[in-house]
Write a protein that binds this ligand. Structure first.
Ligand code: HMG
Length: 440
């Protein structure tokens, strides 16, 4: 079977930055280490007043098309994954196509367009749809453009406020890809959950603590389901494991759980499952409390082993580098984690061709998905072409008052006629709700 997967990727960060230990923590009266060590975050990216999900997505896609020398005719499908959409009818992909058509002679009239929604996992679902479209032979030699774009904002004062972020990831999905081939095997863990909702509201209603447990439970189910089709996963099978990263501290928990599973240690059964009431506690424990204490003790001991620390440093930590500086990008987050790991490998001069990634995606509501990817021999060239460091360094660092103003601006209720902190340069800019971005 022909290899299908991600041929190229581009990242577009919101042009503003909020420093968490320096600016956010003092305002909240919190110890800066709660953010840097506890959540594992240094900063968040925010969109300037002339940026939104359309402009960030279009800018990432445009850069990708330019770099790969593509014309609209080369693209047979544009899928946008987002949970920040402002239009319940017209998909964001039509707005993005409108932007891109301003700068190309051709158009996307014969490309299929859509919008995917399932919280953060929608980015991976779109990727999957695009791969299946190619595998089914419907692409007529063309590639698919998958764009994951979000402004991940919480109400001011919400516990999630520290984990905000904004940015877009554009991916080109093709036959014989240069970056990674996706496995056809996938595993899912999916259940109707209500810990993170946005029913006709822009900011989510979140039960933060519970959302962490739901993430872990669904991820474990997805891993087990993946193994049922792909065979047992072992700790050395994968060079990196990029997971959905709402904040790095979440991935620290998920990694420990995954590690315990892959080393096949069943000394304490069904960890965490009792906490969300889905399974009875094992008989060996007289009370839930006793069971939870034993579990915590066990997990802490496992975390303290050299073997775990080495595995974590090699397989997980490199996936978190970009996330620490940008926060949660919702649909783009796991795709940023993949780039982060490969970028580290490039900088370390590692040869990764043929090595495998274990990719764990997650979306509240809730669903986790696990699949494997095989790194292709063009990966170094693709990574070398990215300018992530420059983008992050060029962000305007907001004072607290700037942050409050921009947060209001991106609440869809508000008038958008406010100050711009940065000057747009050769990029699409927001042009009013319901209109595509203009290129400046
Ligand atoms: P919180 O309650 O303010 O924080 O918010 P906390 O008190 O739990 O502290 C966080 C961590 O910092 C803890 O570590 C503390 O011990 C530690 P842990 O025990 O968890 O390992 N800490 C410190 N460490 C060092 N020095 C200190 C210090 N102080 C505390 N001085 C919460 C945490 C996750 C609830 C909040 O950020 C939140 O509500 N976030 C939004 C929801 C979220 O991201 N959930 C994650 C899973 S759901 C998901 O990933 C889906 C999502 O992306 C949406 C989608 O799919 O669309 C969110």
């Amino acid at each position: 079977m022909t290899a299908v997967g991600i041929d190229a990727v581009e990242i577009w960060t919101g042009n503003l930055k909020l420093d968490l230990p320096g600016t956010f923590a003092p305002e909240k009266g919190e110890d800066p280490e709660k953010y840097t060590k506890g959540l594992g975050l240094n900063a968040s990216s925010f969109p300037d007043s002339y940026e939104d999900i359309v402009t960030m997505g279009a800018n990432a896609a445009h850069r990708l098309m330019e770099r790969k020398g593509l014309e609209p005719d080369d693209i047979g499908r544009i899928d946008v994954a987002t949970e920040s959409a402002f239009d319940n009818s017209k998909p964001v992909s039509t707005y993005v196509a409108g932007c891109l058509e301003q700068v190309y002679d051709g158009d996307f009239h014969h490309a299929n367009k859509g919008e995917r929604k399932f919280a953060c996992i929608a980015g991976t679902q779109s990727l999957d749809d695009a791969c299946n479209w190619i595998r089914a032979g419907r692409n007529r030699g063309r590639s698919a453009l998958v764009i994951a774009t979000d402004t991940a904002l919480y109400a001011r004062g919400d516990a999630g406020e520290a984990t905000q972020g904004a940015g877009a990831v554009a991916m080109l999905i093709s036959e014989d890809p240069s970056l990674v081939e996706l496995s056809t095997e996938q595993g899912y863990g999916s259940a109707d959950e209500t810990d993170f909702l946005k029913p006709n509201q822009q900011f989510p209603s979140v039960d933060g603590k519970r959302s962490v447990q739901v993430y872990l439970a669904r991820m474990r189910e997805a891993l087990e389901d993946f193994e049922s089709v792909a065979g047992e996963v072992h700790e050395d099978d994968f060079v990196y494991a990029p997971f959905h990263t709402p904040f790095p501290g979440m991935v620290r928990k998920a990694a420990l759980l995954a590690y315990r599973h892959v080393i096949r240690d069943t000394s304490i059964e069904d960890e965490l499952a009792d906490e969300i009431g889905r399974q009875p506690r094992p008989e060996a424990f007289d009370s839930d409390e006793e069971y939870r204490d034993a579990l915590r003790e066990y997990m802490d001991a496992l975390k303290g082993t050299d073997r775990y620390a080495e595995w974590y440093d090699a397989t997980i930590d490199p996936t978190l580098t970009i996330s620490r500086e940008v926060g949660n990008w919702y649909t783009g987050s796991v795709h940023v984690a993949r780039v982060s790991a490969l970028k580290q490998a490039l900088e370390a001069g590692r040869d990764l061709t043929g090595e495998k990634l274990l990719v764990g995606s997650y979306g509240s509501g809730a669903q986790a998905e696990i699949h494997a990817e095989t790194i292709q021999d063009g990966w170094e060239e693709e990574l070398e072409a990215l300018n992530v460091d420059e983008q992050l360094a060029d962000r305007y660092e907001m004072a607290w008052e700037d942050y409050e103003e921009i947060h209001d601006v991106h609440n869809h209720e508000m008038d958008v006629d406010v100050e711009e902190f940065t000057t747009p340069s050769e990029e699409f800019v927001f042009d009013g709700w319901g209109r595509m971005g203009e290129r400046k």
